[in-house]
Design a protein around this ligand. Structure first.
Ligand code: AMP
Length: 398
């Protein structure tokens, strides 16, 4: 079956058409600046050149219409007509406590996703716009919602509760939810598969280090803790997000800089993380690594603080699971940054980790990068959230 995977943001839309039998990506692309001047669609079929076309996209329905036109284009398309697309899988950021698994989309499901809008005001409304636009253009095609939060719903109460008045949980469901669940699930399962071990027998820590970053503890096939919280702002230091800070800092900055809560939230989301720590040098680890190697003190500070912070979380999750068998690195930085992996693992000597530097320098493979006598196995597993969404969609539609 051919499955269209849609990841819809407020002004952008990423798509992939995946053959669920061969698990091959037949075509992929991106619509940018939806509803803004200068809208652009990028379309890349599996065998063929990437095309970039500037064309008006007043709304998401028009963007999806253009995606479907590109996929069915007689010259460069990859399907003859829309009937060949068996199902659509939508990434949905927040499923609250309502969804512990992916679901077939119905009117009732849409209502429940809407009820979660408060928890992800920037993401869920955009995801819903994508779902509604697709339903309009493909009314007879089954659609599935795959939630970023679902994999983490197995966390025990002691891992997801905050030390706040319980009434906030009762009234507003304020608790840790966690994000990047599709990636944590895919990577941890794949690690077990590559090692030839049973998923249910392993204690795995997944470090998803991209522009956004989170870490999870997966014990016997179930997530037992994760670093992001009610929102994706909590946890690790990220590209531009602060991660954990003393909450009293918000009041302190508000007074000193005469800033509103919204302004401070903007600083914490967009101007902090390694970007802020490096005194605005960069949020991109390629720049930070180059700076580190050139002795730039801003890059050194950012890299060292970032890696120390990841290592501390690894320690916390070793405690949460009373041990660890496998540590996985994934996403932009985790997959491409041998230096970051080295710097993190330097803090983890107590786990008996011995990195094989030759393997650590490889790219794009699902591999263990530790020596055979390393007490804990460290792996690099490139994430593939689109494939995971396609698999879930196929499972529910079949
Ligand atoms: P993601 O959010 O998973 O797409 O990751 C994006 C981030 O990955 C970028 O901001 C970079 O910091 C990082 N990245 C991408 N390529 C490399 C690379 N070759 N070396 C180090 N970091 C990289």
């Amino acid at each position: 079956m051919k499955i269209l995977v849609i990841n819809c943001g407020s002004s952008s839309l990423k798509f992939q058409l995946i053959d669920s039998d061969s698990e091959e990506c037949l075509a992929k692309g991106l619509c940018e600046r939806i509803g803004i001047d200068g809208s652009m669609i990028t379309y890349a079929p599996k065998s063929g050149d990437k095309e970039k076309t500037e064309t008006p996209m007043p709304d998401h329905t028009e963007a999806i219409r253009l995606v479907l036109d590109a996929l069915t284009n007689p010259k460069t398309g990859v399907v003859k007509n829309l009937d060949e697309i068996g199902a659509v899988g939508h990434r949905v950021v927040h499923g609250g406590e309502k969804f512990a698994e992916s679901v077939l989309i119905t009117d009732d499901v849409i209502k429940i996703i809407e009820e979660c809008n408060d928890l992800a005001p920037l993401h869920n409304p955009a995801n819903l716009i994508g779902i509604n636009a697709c339903r309009k253009l493909m009314p007879n095609t089954p659609m599935v919602a795959v939630f970023d939060t679902a994999f983490h719903q197995t966390m025990p109460e002691e891992a997801y509760m905050y030390g706040l008045p319980y009434e906030y949980y009762k009234k507003y469901k304020i608790r840790r939810y966690g994000f990047h669940g599709t990636s944590h699930s895919y990577v941890s399962k794949r690690a077990a598969e590559v090692l030839g071990k049973k998923y249910e027998d392993l204690k795995i820590i997944v470090c998803h280090l991209g522009n956004g970053a989170s870490i999870s503890a997966v014990k016997n096939g179930k997530c037992v803790d994760t670093s992001m919280g009610l929102t994706p702002l909590q946890g690790l230091i990220m590209g531009t997000r602060s991660g954990d800070i003393d909450p009293a800092i918000i009041e302190f900055i508000a007074h000193k800089e005469n800033k509103s809560i919204d302004e401070i939230m903007n600083v914490l989301n967009k101007k902090s993380g390694v970007l802020g720590l490096s005194d605005n040098l960069s949020s991109d680890f390629r720049d930070l690594e180059a700076g580190y190697n050139n002795g730039d003190e801003n890059a050194i500070r950012a890299m060292k603080t970032y890696c120390y912070n990841v290592a501390k979380y690894v320690g916390a999750y070793v405690a949460a699971m009373n041990g660890v068998d496998v540590i996985c690195f994934t996403a932009g930085v985790g997959e491409n940054g041998p230096m970051v992996r080295n710097m993190i693992c330097e803090h983890l000597g107590y786990l008996g980790i011995k990195l094989d530097q030759e393997l650590n320098n490889k790219r794009g493979e699902d591999i263990a990068i530790t020596t055979p006598d390393s007490k804990t196995t460290v792996m690099v597993i490139p994430t593939n959230e689109e494939l995971a969404i396609a698999r879930e969609t196929c499972r529910l539609v079949k």
